[in-house]
Write a protein that binds this ligand. Structure first.
Ligand code: SF4
Length: 359
């Protein structure tokens, strides 16, 4: 596996292209990093931002927070919800003030022993403030690793969590752990995003297995997804120069080894419109010269334990996009009838009387 190359490219992206701004970024004061992490535990960055700034303004040090009256701190927390976080914040500030004379612990074991601090927060504080080699692991990190290394172990399973945590620790740049952790978090939030990863502009394309195998929209795998009752399969049927784009389904999932069009799987009904299809083509495929022929709601299919629903979106492209040239198949009508497709695709094309390559 190309761990070293992955880490190098990620750090290069971070140093040269990462524009994500957050007030606590680059901070080395453990009190401020801890505060930001507690605020962000169940809160989006945009919402947590102003709370963080207000807290730092009112309580610039751990001692000032420890000495504050409960109701004043709770008042400042108002609107953030999950008040246990606020209780733990006060408890821990007072504990550090009393037992460490206001000095934040400086090693991972002592940091993770603090009330309200889990492995993610402990790794963030240890790496950002003390350069200790502990990898942060959360949904962003799981997603990036599962796509780049093409791993289809369920990220929400016990096995998956252990497995991805080990890989995160292996890819961590031990010389600059804080920088690396920040890089992977920002990369997952801004480039390798959950719904529509920006593969077309991604600096990791050369090492990304999901990109090469066309699995970016299928990874990471979740146990809950596997058990879900309805799955939304949205197919972009792309045609160019009398050929149609298809690829083989290789992951351990339904329809393994069968062929399909460009798949975008979503958790809910995406209600495609011409605008959202255009945005997708530009963002993910980096392609602008196409015409949307039709957007068709698929006839659902009932499998043993689930429904498959979705859309077929027919697109006529001026030529074959550079991002879809390698590792993929562009085939003509004759070849298409030789390849095995899932019944969901065959039945839909048949019932709707559509022949993709004739456009
Ligand atoms: Fe993520 Fe796509 Fe980049 Fe791979 S190429 S790391 S899937 S954004």
């Amino acid at each position: 596996m190309q761990y070293k190359k992955f880490s190098t490219l990620l750090l290069q992206w971070h140093l040269n292209e990462n524009k994500r701004q957050m007030p606590w970024k680059g901070e080395r004061d453990p009190y401020k990093v801890w505060l930001s992490e507690i605020i962000l535990q169940q809160t989006r960055v945009e919402q947590g931002w102003s709370y963080y700034e207000r807290f730092i303004q009112k309580y610039p040090t751990i001692t000032s927070l420890a000495k504050a009256a409960d109701e004043k701190v709770f008042k400042l927390w108002e609107g953030l919800g999950y008040y246990t976080r606020c209780k733990n914040l006060l408890y821990t500030a007072r504990w550090i003030e009393k037992n460490c004379r206001g000095r934040f612990p400086e090693n991972y074991e002592e940091i993770i022993a603090l009330k309200g601090v889990g492995s993610y927060t402990a790794a963030a504080i240890a790496s950002f403030c003390f350069d200790l080699p502990h990898a942060v692991v959360d949904g962003n990190v799981f997603r990036v690793l599962s796509r780049v290394f093409g791993i289809d172990v369920a990220v929400d399973s016990t096995k998956g969590k252990k497995f991805f945590t080990e890989i995160a620790q292996k890819v961590l740049d031990k010389k600059t752990p804080g920088l690396f952790n920040q890089a992977i978090m920002d990369f997952g939030a801004t480039v390798c995003k959950p719904a529509i990863p920006a593969c077309a502009h991604c600096p990791l394309r050369s090492v990304c297995i999901a990109f090469k195998t066309g699995q970016a929209n299928e990874l990471p795998v979740k146990e809950k997804t596997l058990q879900k009752k309805t799955r939304w399969f949205n197919y972009l049927v792309m045609m160019a120069n009398g050929k149609t784009f298809v690829r083989k389904r290789i992951s351990k999932d339904i329809w393994q080894n069968l062929y399909e069009f460009y798949l975008v799987e979503t958790d809910t009904n995406p209600h495609w419109t011409k605008e959202s299809v255009s945005d997708f083509m530009k963002e993910q495929i980096n392609y602008h010269q196409f015409e949307i022929i039709n957007i068709i709601t698929a006839i659902p299919q009932q499998l043993t334990h689930r429904y498959v629903k979705g859309y077929f979106i027919f697109l006529c492209l001026k030529n074959i996009p550079a991002t879809l040239r390698t590792e993929n198949l562009w085939i003509n009508a004759e070849r298409m009838s030789d390849l095995p497709f899932p019944a969901f695709i065959n039945q839909n094309l048949e019932k709707k009387k559509i022949k993709p390559v004739l456009f």
